[in-house]
Ligand binder design. Structure first.
Ligand code: MD3
Ligand code: FE
Length: 216
């Protein structure tokens, strides 16, 4: 016999948290792919090493970055943009490994954005003390596509604001293996990362790696 016990339970997986309409947190979604993912990243950073970019205001970012995919996000004194080549080497960014693209697609699908096929993966490296100040991601052409982000290594406090810079951010602890998907009405929310606390992670050492998959 069936009961109506579950009729009013929202259709959200136990490990899936709704952060806001259009934003979901998939705890531990990376699962057993973690080592393959880290191996793929090692190959990428041999070709396109992490570097500290400079903002248009001439600040050196505490987060070190690189990219893979058909383009990469860059900032320098002239502004923010996506470009096909790594400005440090003049070569195209390393290709996006299918493992990464497929993982991002499956996470988007789980969060309700079917058919997401990113062309860019921005790779951020935080060491203790590194942070990212509140900003919006608005250098992409297509705000209709979600952004999928994967956290690896040391945990971080993610600051999730609203559509105005002055909206007080809520804090979420993002841990190794967590994936956040933000699209729809949450696509342009202000967000940032608090200074990384010191620690040691068995797979990454004293660092946090964040991957953001984007359709640019
Ligand atoms: C935004 N990276 O690269 S991604 C960035 O952890 C960036 O390195 C951060 O912001 C990082 O541009 C944050 C995580 C994230 C998760 C959920 C969101 C960003 C979000 C929901 C709405 C808006
Ligand atoms: Fe961002």
């Amino acid at each position: 016999m069936t009961t109506d016990l579950f009729d009013n339970v929202p259709d959200i997986h136990p490990s899936q948290e709704a952060m806001a309409e259009g934003a979901a947190l998939l705890r531990g979604f990376v699962g057993p792919l973690e080592s393959n993912l880290i191996a793929a990243l090692r190959d990428i950073v041999v070709e396109a090493p992490f570097r500290h970019m400079v903002t248009p205001g001439d600040h050196r970012m505490s987060v070190a970055m690189t990219n893979c995919g058909s383009a990469g996000w860059i900032t320098d004194r002239s502004g923010y943009r996506y470009g096909a080549n790594d400005p440090e080497t003049g070569k195209p960014w390393p290709a996006m490994p299918p493992l990464l693209r497929d993982l991002a697609g499956r996470a988007a699908d789980r969060a309700g954005f079917a058919g997401f096929s990113p062309d860019v993966c921005l790779i951020n490296r935080y060491v203790p003390g590194a942070r990212m100040s509140l900003h919006q991601d608005r250098d992409e052409q297509d705000f209709g596509a979600p952004i999928v982000s994967v956290s690896l290594g040391l945990p971080a406090i993610f600051l999730f604001g609203g559509l105005k810079r002055s909206d007080k951010p809520r804090r979420y602890r993002l841990e190794h293996g967590d994936i956040a998907v933000r699209g729809g009405p949450a696509r342009l929310n202000f967000h940032g990362v608090a200074p990384l606390a010191d620690g040691e992670h068995p797979l990454t050492g004293r660092q946090r790696i964040n991957l953001t998959f984007r359709k640019v």
